[in-house]
Design a protein around this ligand. Structure first.
Ligand SMILES: Nc1nc2c(c(=O)[nH]1)N[C@H]1C(S)=C(S)[C@@H](COP(=O)(O)OP(=O)(O)OC[C@H]3O[C@@H](n4cnc5c(N)ncnc54)[C@H](O)[C@@H]3O)O[C@H]1N2
Ligand code: MOO
Ligand code: MG
Length: 397
């Protein structure tokens, strides 16, 4: 049996080597950038007028001049104009290049125009130049984005502005999600009294989809020979297999043996945690990674969010920021296992407060609808006090 820290370290030492693909910018959000992006020109590329108004020379203002004859209009999208007469003004619009020869913008709010002359009405009008200077945000050729960034709408704007209509992103590993168990029937079937419908594979597939990762669903019987055959077939196309069930001590828990028969080397079996103790992890020399998760639905779910999600994001060169929350009420858990407590987190005055809703054990997956994630309580203690902070593993936004 390994600790949660050891299991994490083994999982993180066996990252997947992702390939890359080119996607349209309009499909790139939530994908992980696989190329370095530099500024193709200065940001902004010219001294940009930041307010609608008039452009004048500060010298003239300083000499006490308050009335300026309007000699031209500089619209956004027009090439830069030149202020011909140093005591005149050019009307300028936000987004236009600052006219050559002028160095301060006076807002329309601070002037009155009469007979093609602007009369400045505020003595504070020239306090701010209202010019967004060329290159202040980023200089040409400077690095805007590094590989490994999870693309949000903010990065999409940057990519658009440098003309990246296609962008290189990392590709998730080809994944299969496999349920095992003779008690499990297809979701369209009516279960007999001793049967239940499969739900873990759907939960796993949905959890993967929220990351932008696809997983093909399979089901295998609790029969060693057919399990080996089935896994062999699945391994022909999958780079990662996520199994649920069949990893504990039961007479029909054949998953570890079947995987080892296929040449998948066990790197650990059993983690000192609840839920999820029977968790099995291994890799094959051919590069297949196998997460064999305990079948109890809460265990399956927790292991995905605690181990697989960080593993795949790290493999794609990005990482999930660790989150923390404050336990809102005392909680006790005696066994010396890391306990993943189901909690509902509420943001109270900027603090994430975690309210325990432990549920009825790892088979009680109906309780997951009541909670927002898991609080990771260390194996080294058995009583946990309100006000203490612990790692928090959210599964909802
Ligand atoms: N003697 C021992 N028995 C058990 C131990 C142990 O240490 N010693 N560990 C318990 C723990 S903890 C867990 S968790 C489970 C894990 O068992 P398996 O991984 O072998 O899973 P199964 O036995 O196949 O199933 C367990 C449970 O989960 C239900 N299940 C499985 N797959 C699905 C699915 N796709 N959708 C919905 N429900 C599923 C299954 O029907 C069982 O009820 O073992 C304990 N036993
Ligand atoms: O891992 Mo088991 O989930 O404790 O029931
Ligand atoms: Mg079992």
């Amino acid at each position: 049996m390994v600790s949660v820290a050891e299991a994490t370290s083994v999982v993180f030492s066996n990252l997947f080597q992702p390939t890359t693909m080119s996607v349209s910018l309009t499909d790139a959000v939530n994908k992980v950038l696989a190329e370095r992006i530099t500024a193709d020109r200065d940001f902004p590329p010219f001294d940009r007028v930041a307010m609608d108004g008039i452009a004048i020379r500060r010298d003239a203002w300083k000499m006490g001049q308050r009335a300026f004859k309007l000699e031209a209009v500089q619209a956004a999208g027009e090439p830069r104009k030149t202020l011909k007469n140093k005591t005149n003004a050019i009307e300028v619009m936000t987004g236009a290049p600052m006219p050559d020869g002028a160095d301060v913008v006076i807002r329309y709010e601070d002037l009155r125009i009469e007979e093609a002359t602007a009369h400045i009405t505020s003595e504070m009008a020239a306090d701010n130049a209202f010019i967004h200077r060329q290159a202040v945000d980023a200089a040409k050729d400077s690095v805007l984005l590094e590989p490994g960034i999870l693309l949000s709408s903010a990065e999409i704007a940057l990519l658009a502005s440098v003309g990246k209509s296609r962008v290189k992103v990392y590709v998730f590993p080809k994944a299969a999600v496999v349920s095992t168990g003779d008690e499990l029937v297809h979701i369209d079937d009516i279960p007999l009294p001793h049967q239940i419908r499969r739900s873990n594979t759907y939960a796993l597939q949905a959890a993967m989809k929220t990351l932008g990762w696809e997983g093909a669903i399979h089901h295998l019987k609790d029969d060693k020979a057919s399990m080996i055959e089935g896994l062999k077939k699945i391994a022909q196309t999958a780079e990662v297999i996520i199994l649920s069930g069949g990893v504990s001590k039961g007479k029909f828990d054949f998953v570890p043996d079947a995987l080892e028969a296929l040449g998948v080397k066990k790197l650990f079996h059993q983690v000192s945690q609840r839920p999820g103790k029977p968790f099995w992890f291994g890799v094959s020399p051919a590069g297949l990674t196998v997460f064999a998760l305990p079948g109890n639905p809460v265990s399956t779910y927790m292991c995905f969010y605690r181990y697989i999600r960080p593993w795949v994001m790290k493999s794609l060169k990005t990482s999930v920021d660790p989150s923390y929350a404050v336990l809102a009420s005392d909680f006790a858990f005696a066994p010396s296992l890391t306990y993943f407590l189901q909690v509902t987190v509420k943001n109270e005055n900027g603090k994430l407060m975690a309210y325990p809703e432990a549920g009825g054990g790892s088979g009680d997956f109906a309780n997951l609808k009541n909670v927002t994630g898991f609080l990771e309580l260390p194996a080294t203690a058995s009583t946990f006090k309100a006000g203490e902070t612990f790692p928090y593993i959210p599964f909802r936004q």
